[in-house]
Design a protein around this ligand. Structure first.
Ligand SMILES: *Cc1c(COP(=O)(O)O)cnc(C)c1O
Length: 364
C-alpha cells in the first residue's frame, strides 16, 4: 500500500487515477504508425467490446459521456418545453443535456441510502403530470416551465457505480409511454438483478473520463437495442450524415461527437482488463468497509438488494449528526488522503437557479 506522506504540500494518494499498462501505451503507439486517426477500425473494435460485455445490439462510441446523453435526448425526440424526470443528485451533465434541447428537468428526489432516484416518486410525478392533476404543478420547477408541459422521458442515473431501482421506473415508463435514458456513466460493469447496467432502458450511456472504471482519456458510448435509434445516433454524431449521404451532404442537424482512433485503442485494452480493474476497486472498497466499520458514527455505502453487482466508482460515507464532515475531510487532507463532499445538488447550480428558480431545501 502507498505510504501517506504527512505533509500539507504533497498528496501521496491521489483522489483517482487511471490504471494504465504498457499494453495500452503500445496500442496507442500502433495507431500513430498508421494514417487512420479517425473513423477506422479501433472505434469499431471498442464498440464491439462494449456490445459484447453488455449484450447490447448496438454500441456507438462518442466523444464524451455528455455527448452520448445529448444524442439520447435527441433520439427521444425531445422538444423545447417538454419535461423529463431527472435526479437532483448527479453530475450536472445528466440534466444539462435536457437544457441543450430546451427541455425542462423535473427533479425527483433520491433514496437517501443509495443516492439514486426514488422510483415511487418517479411514479407519483409521472402520474400527476400525465393526468394533468392539480398537484402536477408542484413537481415542476418554480419558474421556466409551462403548466401544460408534456412529460417525455425519465433519466435515471446509476450513481457511484450502483444501478438505480430500474424495474419500477420501467413500469412507470411503460404505463405512460415514456422513454428511459439510463445514465450509466459511473456504472460500467455493474448489474441490476443480473442485468448489466445501461441495458435496462431504451438507451444507456457510459463515460470514459480518467476517473471512471475504464478510460479512453475523453470518450463515451451509447448502447441500445433499437436499430433505428442507433442509425439516427450514428448520423447525429457524424455531422448529421445519414447512410447514403456524401461527406458534404447532411440529412440532419448533427454534431461532431466522433471519437478519434487513439482513444478507442486505449479503450479496447482497458476493456480486456475490465474484470481486473473492477476487482481492484472492489478490494479497495473492502479495505474501507473493514477499517471504517470500526469507527462509530461512520456509515458505509448501502448496497441495495436489487444491485447484483456493484462497480465501484467512488466510496461515499455518511456521518452521524455531530461529526463535522468538512473538518474531518480537512484532517484527512493534511495526512495526504484526499477526501471531499461529492455532488452539490444539480438544481442549486447558479444557472439552474437563474433559469428555474430552485431554492435550497427542496430536495434531500
Ligand atoms: C462522468 C459522468 C458524465 C459525463 O461524462 P463525460 O464523459 O465527462 O462527459 C455524465 N453523467 C455522470 C453521472 C457522470 O459521472
Amino acid at each position: 500500500m502507498v505510504k501517506a506522506n504527512h505533509s500539507r504540500t504533497t498528496q501521496a494518494i491521489s483522489m483517482s487515477s487511471p490504471d494504465l499498462t504498457d499494453a495500452e501505451r503500445q496500442a496507442v503507439a500502433r495507431v500513430l504508425e498508421t494514417p487512420n486517426l479517425s473513423m477506422g477500425n479501433q472505434i469499431t473494435a471498442f464498440e464491439d467490446s462494449i456490445a459484447a460485455v453488455t449484450g447490447s445490439q448496438h454500441a456507438l462510441g462518442v466523444s464524451s459521456g455528455t455527448a452520448g446523453l445529448h444524442l439520447c435526448v435527441r433520439a427521444a425526440g425531445t422538444q423545447p418545453g417538454e419535461v423529463v424526470c431527472a435526479t437532483p443528485f448527479s453530475f450536472v451533465a445528466s440534466a444539462n443535456v435536457l437544457l441543450y434541447e430546451g427541455a425542462v428537468p423535473v427533479f425527483v428526489d433520491v433514496e437517501p441510502r443509495t443516492g439514486n432516484i426514488d422510483p415511487h416518486l418517479v411514479f407519483a410525478a409521472a402520474q400527476d403530470i400525465m393526468l394533468g392533476r392539480k398537484n402536477a404543478q408542484a413537481w415542476l420547477p418554480p419558474k421556466g416551465a409551462s403548466p401544460a408541459a408534456t412529460l417525455k422521458a425519465i433519466l435515471p442515473v446509476d450513481v457511484f457505480g450502483q444501478p438505480a431501482d430500474l424495474e419500477p421506473i420501467l413500469s412507470t415508463a411503460w404505463r405512460y409511454q415514456l422513454k428511459v435514458n439510463e445514465d450509466s456513466c459511473e456504472a460500467l460493469g455493474a448489474a441490476y438483478k443480473g442485468r448489466p447496467a445501461g441495458t435496462l432502458g431504451d438507451y444507456g450511456v457510459f463515460g470514459f473520463y480518467p476517473n471512471k472504471q475504464i478510460t479512453t482519456g475523453e470518450g463515451g458510448m451509447v448502447i441500445t437495442d433499437d436499430a433505428s435509434v442507433a442509425n439516427l445516433m450514428r448520423a447525429l454524431r457524424n455531422q448529421g450524415r445519414a447512410p447514403g449521404d456524401t461527406w458534404l451532404q447532411h440529412t440532419h442537424l448533427g454534431y461532431n461527437y466522433r471519437l478519434d482512433e487513439l482513444s478507442p485503442a486505449l479503450g479496447v485494452i482497458q476493456m480486456q482488463r475490465l474484470d481486473e480493474l473492477i476487482s481492484k476497486r472492489k478490494q479497495v472498497a473492502e479495505w474501507y468497509n473493514q477499517r471504517l466499520g470500526e469507527i462509530p458514527g461512520i456509515e458505509a455505502p448501502t448496497i441495495a438488494k436489487y444491485t447484483s453487482q456493484v462497480s465501484w466508482f467512488v466510496y461515499v460515507v455518511r456521518f452521524a449528526p455531530g461529526l463535522e464532515r468538512d473538518a474531518i475531510a480537512r484532517k484527512l487532507g493534511d495526512k495526504g488522503i484526499p477526501a471531499r463532499p461529492y455532488f452539490l445538488p444539480v438544481p442549486l447550480q447558479p444557472y439552474m437557479v437563474e433559469r428555474f428558480g430552485f431554492t435550497d431545501g427542496t430536495f434531500l
